[in-house]
Design a protein around this ligand. Structure first.
Ligand code: ADP
Ligand code: ZN
Length: 213
């Protein structure tokens, strides 16, 4: 199975990915996670990407396309993959098309998680994340019972630099300008399915199962 999770920041792409992975053990490719790992490790890519990420801007297409191209060529993607946070621009979608054609692969579905902007803002300002294991908390919906110490691993629970309200608003306008056109793009390709992001953590999984019959 080869799918794309599309949707605004905070639509819950990561949450849907976790539930899909439990059923289908396919490669989960989150460009945000790969970039954050590079920033943390201080690689060249990480150094280039950090300032864009902190400002809520997109990292330049060339860097992202190269990164994803390399990742999709890895062995674990042969059985299927789930792209989370990529593509985010028409140029990335075109590049993906070329990469998949070269690998002889075809997309099964693009799940578009539908959510409104104010819901995104209120969700993301209250989001917290463990620096060490990546566990996600929410000060309103799912507070960490042990304060700023992760329940799972003891790591430090923090607010991401780009989860500050002004940066969230920036990320939303970037989404509407640069990423939302992909909804049309994949509708034309005949692979888009709209999913209500308030439909729970298994919403996309359920639709995939229906599609598989
Ligand atoms: P969210 O979906 O919550 O905005 P991500 O973790 O997917 O967050 O991405 C965090 C940041 O990483 C983005 O704001 C952007 O700077 C960068 N990024 C991630 N994926 C891409 C991409 N496909 N193209 C360009 N920049 C990206
Ligand atoms: Zn943790």
């Amino acid at each position: 199975m080869r799918i794309i999770l599309l949707g605004a920041p905070g639509a819950g792409k990561g949450t849907q990915a976790e539930s899909i992975k439990k059923k289908y053990p396919i490669a989960h490719i989150s460009t945000g996670d790969i970039l954050r790992a590079n920033v943390k490790a201080g690689t060249e890519l990480g150094k280039c990407a950090k300032e864009y990420m902190d400002a809520g801007k997109l990292v330049p297409d060339e860097l992202i396309i190269k990164m994803v191209g390399a990742r999709l060529a890895e062995a674990d993607c042969k059985e299927g993959f789930m792209l989370d946070g990529f593509p985010r621009t028409t140029a990335q979608a075109e590049a993906l098309k070329a990469i998949l054609a070269q690998l002889g692969m075809k997309l099964d579905a693009v799940a578009n998680l539908v959510i409104d902007d104010e819901t995104v803002v209120s969700r993301l300002v209250s989001r917290r994340v463990c620096k060490k294991c990546g566990e996600i908390y929410n000060t309103v919906m799912k507070p960490c019972s042990t304060g700023s110490v992760c329940e799972k691993c003891g790591g430090e629970v923090i607010q991401r630099d780009d989860d500050k309200e002004s940066v969230i608003r920036n990320r939303l306008s970037v989404f509407h300008e640069q990423t939302a056109p992909l909804i049309d793009y994949y509708t034309k390709e005949g692979v888009l399915v709209n999913v209500d992001s308030s439909g729970g953590k298994d919403a996309v999984l359920k639709i995939l199962e229906q599609m598989r019959g």
